[in-house]
Structures are given as C-alpha cells and as structure tokens.
Design a protein around this ligand. Structure first.
Ligand SMILES: O=C(O)CCC(=O)C(=O)O
Ligand SMILES: [Fe+2]
Length: 556
C-alpha cells in the first residue's frame, strides 16, 4: 500500500518519542497540490488568451499602420517621398527644357522651318553664316497686310537674333504635325531660296531679283547672295537680251469702226531664263501641294472638279480674293473685299521687281495681286476681258510650254476647250505679255486647251477703290525704280563706268522715243490703212522680225 508523505511522517513520529516538532492544534493543512495544478492550467489558458489577444492587437495595429501608410501615400503626405518625387519632377522638367533648347541646335548646313499658330520659325545651323543683317537687334517690320491673325517668320540665327516677316502661307489651324514635317522636308531647298528672297526683299527694297535667289543654287544665304548676285553690267546685259514687241496689229470692225484690237499689247521675251523658270515652276508646285493639303488660306487655292475637257484649270490667288462668277452667296464677279487670301509670296514679289526694274511694268502700276493658272493637258481659260477691279496694264508670265493666246472681239467655241478668234499670239516660256489698251479692253482673250501642261502667273494691280478691307500695301513692293534711272545713279562709280552709264541712258531714252513714235505711227497707219492692208496685217500679228525685239538698254 502506498503511503502519503504525511502518513509516513506520522508513522516515523510514533516510532521516535523525541520528535523535534510538535503540532498541538493538529497538523496544518497539507498544501492543495491538485488545486494548485488546476489554477496553473487556468493561468496558462489565461496566458494563452492574453498572448492571442496581444497578437490580435499587434496584427490590428500593423494593419492600421499599413492602412495609415497607404493613406499617407495616397495623400502624398510622406514628406520624404514627396521630396524625392519633387526632385524627380524637377529633373524631368530640366531635361525637357534642355531638350527644347537643343531642338534649335541644328546639324551643319541645315535649316529648320517650323510653323506655329502665330508665327513661323526658321532656324539656321551655325555654319550657315547668316548675313550681317541678322546680327542686328531684332526688329519688327510693319505689317504688310492688315490681316486678322498675322503670322510672322522668325529668323533664328546663331545668336537667336530674329527678323520678323509677315507670312500667311499657311492656315495654321489646319496644319497637322505630319503636314508640317512633310512641308519641312519638301520645301527645304526651295524655301531656303525663298528665305533668301524674303531677306533681301525686306531688307533691301531695290535689290535685284538675281541677287535674291533665282539664279543661285547654294544653300547658304551669304554664299547664295554672293554667287547669285548679278553685277549691274550683268543685269544690264540680261535686260538687253529681253525681246520687246509692241506693235501687234489686228483690225476688227467695232461699232462700225475699224479698230486695232491688239493695240496696247506688248510681248517681252527672255525675261526669266531657264534656271529661273525652273525655280518658279518648282515653287508653284510646292504651292499647289500646300493648297491640296489645305495649308493655304481657304480661297487661295482653287481646284475645280474636272467635269469636261477644258474645265479644270487650277488657280492659286494671292493679294485678293477674286470671284470668277456669281458665288454661293450671290456675290458678283470681282474682288471680294471682305475675303482674305494669302499675300503675294516673296518669289513672286521678286518677279514683280524685275519687271518694274527692267521697264516691263510701269512704276505707276506695280501689281499687288496675282493669280497662278496651272493648266493640265486639255485645260483652257475661256474668252474673257479681265475685270475692271484691276487697273491696266496687267501682265501674264508663261512657263513650261509655249501656248497660243487668242484675241478678238468675237471668240467662238469650236470644240471642248477650243476657240477660234481674230488673232493668235504664241507665248514663249519665260515671256511676259502686257495687256492694256484695246488688247485688254476691246478684244477678249482666251488660252485654248493646252497640248501640254502649262503654268501662267497673271500679275494685276487692284483699283484703289476695290482693295480688300484688310489690305495694306506691301513695303517690299514700294519705291521700286527702273534700272537706268535713280538705281543707276545711286550706284558707286566703280561699279558703273560713267561713260557706259550715260550711253545706256541715252540709248534707252532714244529707244523709248522710237517705241513711242512707232506705236503712234502704227496707230496712224492703221487708221489710214486700206481695208486690205489692215486685213493682211491682222492675219499675221505674230510674225516677228528682228526689229520687233529691240534691246531697250543695250550694253554692247
Ligand atoms: O494663262 C494665260 O496666259 C492667260 C491668263 C489670263 O488670261 C488671266 O489670268 O486672266
Ligand atoms: Fe485674262
């Protein structure tokens, strides 16, 4: 039998009367061993519960913290993080700025043409070497057009010095970035030359067209100006080669009277040489492409639907909006004063200058508008008299293919785009036909369906009372002087030997007198001529003899 420790102790006490410890009130209660074990379990459970609770609290706390962290993140309240982000953003901005600044730095021998809604930027690479006018302080030329949203060309050189020129060659709002890039690529070489034109046109009113661009092919302005500029003797030589026919005759009976219906016409040949013609034609094509991609103002470019042979001539008009026929709004033919088109481009202004300087157009009638006609094979311009919203004389310059222009009081259709008339004048390429007098106002004219592609540019001055409301004169077309007058006198002596100069002037005034005389003689002759003679003359108005092309200002 197993004994408890107490029983064992009692037993041992019985055995020894000399016990050291006595318990008079009985033994103290034995320690409750089982109870103690039970409590420990509870305690343990409690402890476990406490620990579990602690863990729950910790988990909840961690969740709360991460939630708070997330909220802080969202609200951007983590100052360190924010600082880092700010720094990054700043760097990004700096890089963007750097990139923008570098965007203007071009590879060598390059020009960038960027069209912005309000202005056009032209940037030259360092090595292009802009002429000294670009190292002057930026200056703004007064607006040459009173257009609503004038855009300007900003010429950027190495030190970002700018020149501002007006341009309306595009409808910025319609330009896609793709078109801009295309245009940049497409027009670089030609625009470059145009830029050259602008520079010289705007900077030096009376400088020569050849100096500007037409005969130069170099890409650099400075080189271009140097290599292509014609010296005065060279220019005089070119001018002396111009053929001038002024005695066209074709008699028709008008209101019972015999009239030379070609009186007043003049044909000036070899005004623009092959190279110049090529550049002008290329430029016209560029304008056409711009028109097709709607980069020109709305009424500038017109490409009618080709609904029959002869009808479909493309026109590009500058300076004013001319209405060919009663339009949708019921407006009659003539200049629409409240419509705007693009202004005359620099290259065409250079042509005008040459024609005035070379005494083809009078200084009193400097054109301020022009229309480009692009005839594809089979296209024609039907019989008409140019509207009197345009003053006389006006002129038309021919390119690509020689075609006939018909004149007569009665031009009859004889087929699709074909006409018959009293007189026909072949228009050689590079020639200028001046229309005034009976040739402009008594006879009608037309160009029958062309056999090969042809381009003509008609330059006209608007009647002052018909100017578009927002028109303002182009400073580049003011004060042009004919060669041999003030222009020559202004030149330094070493450039023009004084003897040669005065000789030229004498020859010129003699010739002018001769021309004036021969014109009046012709008129007298005509009015007195027998009907037969007049008819004979009218049959061959275009048989030119050597005398028909007297050099006006010979330097030989
Ligand atoms: O194309 C031509 O030469 C003539 C053009 C014409 O008559 C005009 O534009 O009024
Ligand atoms: Fe005409």
């Amino acid at each position: 039998m197993s004994l408890t420790r107490r029983q064992r102790a009692l037993q041992s006490g019985k055995d020894a009367s000399t016990s050291l410890i006595e318990f008079p009130n009985g033994l103290p209660p034995a320690p409750p061993t089982k109870h103690r074990e039970k409590l420990t379990e509870v305690e343990q459970q409690l402890k476990k519960a406490e620990a579990a609770q602690k863990r729950r609290v910790q988990v909840a706390k961690a969740a709360k913290e991460s939630e708070a962290e997330a909220i802080r993140k969202i609200l951007g309240q983590d100052s360190n993080r924010k600082k880092r982000e700010d720094k990054l953003k700043k760097r990004r901005d700096e890089l963007a700025k750097e990139k923008a600044a570098n965007a203007w730095t071009l590879p060598p021998n390059t020009i960038r043409w960027v069209i912005r809604p309000t202005r056009t930027f032209i940037t030259f690479s360092e090595d292009v070497g802009l002429p000294s006018i670009f190292s002057s302080k930026p200056c703004r030329l007064s607006s040459s057009r009173g257009c609503q949203k004038p855009s300007s060309i900003h010429m950027r050189g190495m030190s970002s010095t700018l020149k501002h020129f007006n341009t309306h060659l595009q409808r910025p709002s319609l330009l896609s970035s793709e078109t801009r890039l295309k245009m940049e690529r497409m027009s670089k070489p030609l625009d470059w030359k145009l830029v050259g034109c602008s520079i010289a046109n705007e900077a030096r009113l009376n400088s020569d067209i050849a100096k500007l661009s037409l005969s130069g092919s170099n890409i650099k302005v400075s080189a271009d100006e140097k290599s292509s500029s014609m010296s005065l003797p060279e220019e005089q030589k070119r001018m002396s080669l111009v053929g001038r026919k002024k005695n066209f005759e074709c008699v028709e009976r008008v209101k019972g009277r015999r009239v030379n219906v070609l009186q007043g016409l003049e044909l000036h040949t070899r005004v623009f040489n092959d190279e110049e013609q090529k550049k002008i034609v290329e430029y016209v094509y560029d304008l056409q492409r711009m028109g097709q991609s709607r980069e020109l103002r709305e009424r500038t470019y017109l490409e009618p639907q080709k609904w029959m042979r002869g009808k479909g001539r493309v026109t590009i008009q500058f300076g004013c909006c001319y209405n060919y026929a009663v339009d949708k709004k019921g407006r009659p033919p003539g200049i629409i004063r409240d419509e705007e088109v693009d202004p005359i481009p620099p290259l065409f202004k250079s042509m005008i200058k040459r024609m005035v300087k070379w005494r083809i157009l009078p200084t009193t009638c400097i054109p301020n508008s022009c229309i480009v006609n692009i005839y594809n094979e089979g296209d024609c311009i039907p019989p008409h008299i140019d509207h009197h919203d345009f003053v006389r004389p006006f002129c038309t310059v021919s390119f690509l293919t020689e075609s006939n222009i018909l004149f007569g009081t009665n031009l009859r259709p004889v087929g699709e785009g074909e006409f018959s008339g009293a007189a026909k004048i072949p228009l050689p390429v590079g020639s200028v036909l001046i229309l005034k007098g009976n040739g402009a106002d008594v006879a009608k004219h037309c160009v029958p369906a062309v056999h090969k592609k042809r381009i003509s540019i008609t330059f006209r001055k608007m009647d002052d009372s018909k100017l578009p409301f927002k028109f303002s004169p182009d400073p580049g077309l003011q004060g042009i002087q004919p060669l041999g007058s003030s222009q020559m006198n202004k030149l330094p002596a070493q450039q023009v030997p004084s003897q040669q100069n005065s000789q030229n002037q004498n020859q010129m005034s003699n010739l002018q007198n001769q021309n004036r005389l021969s014109n009046s003689q012709n008129q007298n002759r005509l009015s007195n001529a027998a009907p037969d003679t007049a008819r004979k003359m009218s049959r061959s108005p275009t048989q030119f003899g050597n005398d028909d092309f007297p050099p006006l200002c010979a330097t030989r």
